[in-house]
Structure formats: structure tokens, C-alpha cells
Design a binder for this molecule. Structure first.
Ligand SMILES: Nc1nc2c(ncn2[C@@H]2O[C@H](COP(=O)(O)OP(=O)(O)OP(=O)(O)O)[C@@H](O)[C@H]2O)c(=O)[nH]1
Ligand SMILES: [Mg+2]
Length: 176
């Protein structure tokens, strides 16, 4: 069976690399290097992350994009043929919400693929909740989920929700 390709995107530090590292059953191919400018953390992804995970009999390929805008050209490379998109937003970085919303609008329009928004850092007491981000992004609340990207059960739950969104969209597009 063909592996299913999913893309994980979002702003710098949203938790893309962490999410893929938490879920992957194989050693993650990561391209993190020391950031050459002040982005609020030491390392950043410059090309992609790649990991794999099974859900039932399905093999999923997880591709993570870089967060910095200067690497936006990687989106075309990584989103080609993708079945679904997970946009991660850090729930403790409200200063990034506007940029994250732009990423969601740009990427979902350009590639027209089903998406789920994951609000990370839910293990921090003061993180923004999924329903608040849904309202800010003007996105149906069922398409936004809170995540702790360091926790396997939480990442699996997000993956299951994304697969449900993909299945829902596929059903809608199937000829009757
Ligand atoms: N506690 C906690 N830490 C998180 C969570 N998500 C990410 N982090 C931490 O946040 C930092 C940044 O996470 P990364 O996974 O590198 O973020 P990224 O989106 O890949 O960032 P770029 O590649 O620079 O765009 C790391 O120290 C992670 O451990 C979360 O849900 N909970
Ligand atoms: Mg990264």
C-alpha cells in the first residue's frame, strides 16, 4: 500500500520538529541547525523534518516544514501530493497568532488540502485554548485541537483527528 503523506507546518517554535520526533517510529531525519539570527531559540529547521508512523495498517509519512519565512519555497516541495496538513500554533506565543493565521490561509488556499490546527504547549497552565484560537482563526472548532507536542498520546490524538478531517473531506468529494 502507498504511504500517506502528511505535512506539519506553522511558525518558528510552534513544535513541528517536536511533534514529528514524538510520533515517529523511525529515526527522524531532521535538518535543524543553529539559528543565524535571534528567533527566540537556539536551533531551527532549515529544510525539513521527516518521520514515519503507522496508524492501523496505514503507513504515514510525516514531513515538517521550516518555520522561518525565508524558507517558504520548501512548502511547494513538501506539500506536493500531501493528503492533509497540520498547522501548529504555539499556545504560549500570542505574538505569532497573526503570522500563523496567514500561514494557514496561504497554505490551505494554495494547496486546497484538508487541515487541522494544533495549538501546542497545552501542558503549560497559561496556554491559549483551542476554542479561542478557532474563534481567532475563524475556523470550525472541530478543526482545532490542543496538543502537548512532547506527549505521545496527545500527538496520536491529533493525528487521529487530522485523519478524520481528511476522511470527511474525501467522503464529501466522492461521487454518489
Ligand atoms: N512543553 C512543551 N514544549 C514544546 C511543545 N511544543 C514544542 N515545545 C518545545 O518548544 C521548542 C521549539 O520546538 P520545535 O519543535 O523546535 O519547533 P519548530 O516548530 O520545529 O521550530 P522551527 O523549526 O524553528 O520552525 C522546543 O524546545 C520544544 O521542546 C509542547 O507542546 N509542550
Ligand atoms: Mg523545526
Amino acid at each position: 500500500m502507498q504511504p500517506l503523506k502528511l505535512v506539519v507546518s506553522g511558525a518558528v517554535g510552534a513544535g513541528k520538529t517536536t511533534f514529528i520526533q514524538t510520533l515517529s517510529e523511525t529515526v527522524v531525519v531532521a535538518t535543524d541547525v543553529e539559528a543565524s539570527e535571534d528567533i527566540g531559540k537556539t536551533n531551527t529547521t532549515v529544510a525539513m523534518d521527516f518521520g514515519t508512523v503507522h496508524v492501523g495498517d496505514d503507513l504515514l509519512f510525516l514531513f515538517g516544514t521550516p518555520g522561518q519565512e525565508r524558507f517558504d519555497f520548501m512548502w511547494d516541495v513538501l506539500c506536493d501530493g500531501a493528503l492533509g496538513l497540520l498547522i501548529l500554533v504555539s499556545g504560549i506565543k500570542p505574538s505569532d497568532f497573526r503570522h500563523s493565521r496567514r500561514i494557514l490561509e496561504f497554505i490551505s488556499t494554495r494547496y486546497s488540502i484538508p487541515y487541522l490546527v494544533g495549538v501546542t504547549h497545552q501542558d503549560h497552565g497559561h496556554a491559549w485554548a483551542a476554542e479561542d484560537i478557532a474563534s481567532y482563526f475563524e475556523t470550525p472548532p472541530e478543526h482545532v485541537i490542543g496538543i502537548d507536542a512532547t506527549d505521545l498520546a496527545s500527538c496520536k490524538s491529533a493525528l487521529t483527528s487530522l485523519l478524520a478531517v481528511i476522511a470527511e473531506r474525501t467522503d464529501l468529494q466522492s461521487p454518489v
